[in-house]
Design a protein around this ligand. Structure first.
Ligand SMILES: Cc1cc2nc3c(=O)[nH]c(=O)nc-3n(C[C@H](O)[C@H](O)[C@H](O)COP(=O)(O)OP(=O)(O)OC[C@H]3O[C@@H](n4cnc5c(N)ncnc54)[C@H](O)[C@@H]3O)c2cc1C
Length: 379
């Protein structure tokens, strides 16, 4: 692994940094998990798209810059360094899009990707159901073939869909063959949320934002073109999406490098509160953020050389979710009683607590690491 950036990468970094310095909103936007905040974030995402910064690594025909995966990492670093807003389009751009690139037909790619890049279609993730979370293969929502209409009728309920109430589309798994073994009879569907028979009902998160939704399907019709990757093939298609969700596509190191730098600055400001023990924790978090960066650089080297991350994305997931909590916990201790005042560290801490749950719980990731990476016996 060569850690020196090429001249064109440095040039790309400088261009991204200049653009972000000139364009990032001066005031932080309201939370993207509220209706007003979501709308404000969309304006920002459309500005990103207008200058082709919304999907830098995608082909130019879809709104990207055909940047390398290295340059994508550089862009992410600059994005967080500039304090740019969270990406409310992340379910589409970071989770669904890689799966469409891998499994979509040319027609699906041509139709869906440019709209996603432009923040026109806004995607919610429809995995979890009231009776199926960790056990994703236990889903009971179903799709029944409608020969006459040339498509599928969807029924059932999805839940915990992040920002689902503000989205236009949902990707999710539905059971198409009830006789087949659990993993075998599933199909991955792409569903417009305004289709007749679909009802979206938003509900609040623990922090009071309206960021979740239940989605109900009552014989909702979708055409055959809504199937991604083949009928009854949904499990392997979905594993591509979960790999992106757990690995570096969703959580590139830039976010943690920025948080670690902010933590060091906070420790400097709060010199008196910073006991030796706390200083150690600040240093450890900083080192771990940098270790995560090195780990992902090695992982990208592997990917570029044809060794996909596969189950190793579970290692990323456990690492970034635990690091996020450690960073925020240390900040709250430095803040002392000031942590009781609503602010970015306090809000960030609340959200960090959900890290070991979403994207597949850390217990499930540890099972995957034990069985698939360490080769331990399955219990
Ligand atoms: C902030 C946030 C955003 C989310 N966004 C979305 C979204 O957009 N779309 C979506 O579909 N879902 C979303 N979810 C839901 C999330 O994917 C589920 O909460 C998660 O998969 C766990 O499922 P569950 O809640 O049903 O818990 P359960 O599966 O009931 O698990 C409960 C506990 O048992 C443990 N457990 C279960 N099975 C095993 C096992 N075999 N071995 C060891 N331990 C086990 C789990 O690890 C967990 O600790 C989100 C959740 C959160 C917190």
């Amino acid at each position: 692994m060569d850690l020196t950036w090429a001249a064109q990468d440095e040039q790309f970094r400088a261009e991204a940094r200049d653009w972000l310095a000139a364009n990032v909103p001066r005031q932080p936007l309201p939370s993207g998990d509220t209706a007003a905040g979501f709308a404000a974030h969309l304006e920002w995402e459309r500005a990103l798209h207008a200058d082709r910064w919304s999907v830098v690594s995608w082909p130019e025909e879809y709104g990207g810059r055909a940047a390398s995966i290295w340059q994508w990492l550089i862009f992410e670093e600059e994005y967080y360094r500039a304090g740019a807003p969270q990406r409310v389009t992340q379910n589409g751009i970071f989770l669904l899009a890689p799966t469409i690139f891998e499994f979509g037909t040319k027609q699906q790619q041509d139709e869906l990707l440019p709209r996603m890049a432009a923040a026109q279609d806004l995607w919610a993730q429809g995995w979890s159901e009231p009776g199926a979370g960790s056990d994703l293969a236990g889903i009971s929502s179903r799709a029944v073939r409608d020969e006459q209409a040339g498509g599928w009728r969807l029924s059932g309920q999805k839940t915990w869909s992040t920002r689902g109430a503000f989205c236009t589309h949902l990707f999710g798994l539905f059971r198409t063959d009830p006789q087949a073994q659990r993993h075998r009879g599933l199909t991955y569907f792409l569903v417009p949320l305004d289709a007749p028979g679909v009802t979206v009902r938003g509900f609040d998160r623990l922090d009071g934002d309206e960021g979740f939704a239940d989605v109900f399907f009552e014989d909702a019709f979708v055409p055959d073109s809504a199937v991604l990757g083949g009928v009854d093939q949904g499990w392997s298609v979905a594993m591509s999406t979960t790999g992106s969700e757990r690995g570096l596509t969703l959580r590139s190191p830039g976010r943690f490098l920025k948080a670690a730098a902010a933590l060091v600055a906070l420790a400097g400001e709060r010199g008196e509160a910073a006991t030796d023990l706390l200083r150690d924790r600040v240093a450890r978090s900083w080192m771990q953020a940098h270790a995560y960066q090195q780990f992902t650089l090695a992982q990208v080297t592997d990917i570029v050389e044809g060794r996909p991350a596969g189950a190793r994305s579970s290692l990323n997931k456990v690492f970034w979710s635990e690091l996020d909590i450690a960073l925020h916990e240390t900040a709250l201790e430095l803040l002392g009683p000031d942590a009781l005042v609503d602010g970015p560290w306090t809000r960030g801490y609340q959200f960090s607590l959900s890290g070991p749950i979403y994207a597949g719980t850390n217990e499930i990731q540890r099972n995957i690491i034990a069985e698939r990476l360490l080769g331990l016996a399955r219990r």
